[in-house]
Design a protein around this ligand. Structure first.
Ligand code: BT5
Length: 327
């Protein structure tokens, strides 16, 4: 059984927006027998698609499974670049590793890697990212922007804005951003972003934007060590969230806002970012690799650098740190 053909048939059926398609019509369109079409229907049923077979009218897809396979994402996807190519694996070490590999093999701008679970999901500085199976969105996006390397850090901030907009659109929740890469709900982390760079003497070859979004976990789905600090969209809203719809929205806003950043600069996005931020105006402690600073987070610069004013009145530019609120 050729699974690519199975998916092409499913795509055709989903695009017919609820109308049944006859076995003969599908057989003619795909140049195969009606028996072969019937076998593809059985294959789809085995994959969790619910198919109604209406006498004399044909087949209709009634529901699709809760997976992040390309076909379930690409139907209804409103982007031009991001997600036009999606690499999907049921399980992997880390989508970042796959995306780095694909980027080196010249995968195009906008290629997306999606999985159901990661065995070695990673955060910044090789920290562990807990990736419960089928409960979240574990994804990496390959971007190839034509910008100098010093414009790379803002992609994390721009992506954070895109994710907040997507969550707002798909749920009734109102997430907040904690500089630089966390999205919070009720003060707990529901999303982390990890932006990695492939560059050479000619500049940026690829940005690999990793997104870990907790969607349908219950508390006990998290590892013990993060249960106290992590949350999911379901835990806060009380409702199971459609991951496919959420991925489409994240891809849509990521394309919109990264393009806006490339074309127009950070100005508007900075204002949007600040409107979602929990950090700005707050007393914070910034832990860096070798030292810690305490003060008021006054804002971010056009380069995405956090501006922290310490008690002695000095303004410090912070490029990378873990932030804790101290009030
Ligand atoms: C991040 O790092 O927040 C970036 C996480 C990026 C994960 C995505 S998933 C898809 C792609 N593939 C990957 O392998 N990675 C990316 P950082 O700011 O360093 O935060 C890491 C810390 O967050 C950990 O040390 C834990 O304390 C906490 N943590 C781990 N898993 C979590 C989860 N599922 N939800 C909330 N917090 C978590």
């Amino acid at each position: 059984m050729n699974i690519t053909v199975t998916y092409k048939i499913a795509k055709r059926m989903l695009e017919s927006t609820g109308e049944a398609l006859s076995g003969q019509q599908l057989a003619d369109e795909f140049g195969i027998s009606r028996t072969a079409i019937w076998k593809h229907m059985k294959e789809l049923e085995e994959k969790g698609y619910e198919i109604e077979s209406v006498k004399k009218k044909g087949y209709r897809i009634v529901s699709i499974p809760d997976t992040l396979e390309p076909i379930t994402i690409q139907i209804g996807l409103k982007t031009k670049r991001i997600g036009q190519r999606i690499e999907y694996v049921e399980s992997c070490t880390s989508t970042q590793i796959i995306a780095h590999q694909l980027a080196q093999e010249n995968a195009p701008d906008g290629t997306v890697v999606l999985t159901e679970t990661q065995t070695a999901g990673r955060g910044r500085m090789a920290r562990k990212w807990d990736s419960a199976a089928h409960k979240g969105v574990w994804m990496s996006i390959i971007l190839r922007p034509n910008v100098p390397p010093q414009k790379a850090p803002q992609f994390t901030l721009v992506t954070a804005v895109a994710i907040v907009r997507a969550i707002e659109e798909v749920t009734a929740l109102q997430p907040k951003i904690k500089w630089p890469n966390d999205i919070l709900l009720n003060g707990k982390k529901c999303t982390g972003i990890l932006t990695e760079l492939q560059s050479d003497a000619d500049g940026i070859q690829a940005l690999i934007v990793g997104i870990g979004l907790n969607v349908n976990q219950d508390k006990e789905d998290f590892d013990l060590e993060v249960q106290g600090i992590a949350t999911s969209l379901k835990m806060i809203s009380g409702q199971t969230v459609n991951r496919q719809e959420l991925v489409r929205a994240v891809l849509f806003y990521t394309e919109l806002y990264t393009q806006m950043y490339i074309d127009e600069g950070f100005g508007m996005l900075k204002i949007l970012w600040e409107s979602y931020s929990t950090t700005i105006g707050q007393p914070v402690r910034a832990r860096m690799t070798n030292h810690t600073l305490e003060g008021i987070a006054e804002g971010i610069s056009d380069d995405g650098v956090l501006q922290l004013r310490t008690l002695d009145g000095k303004l410090h530019g912070i490029y990378s740190a873990d932030i804790e609120m101290t009030n």
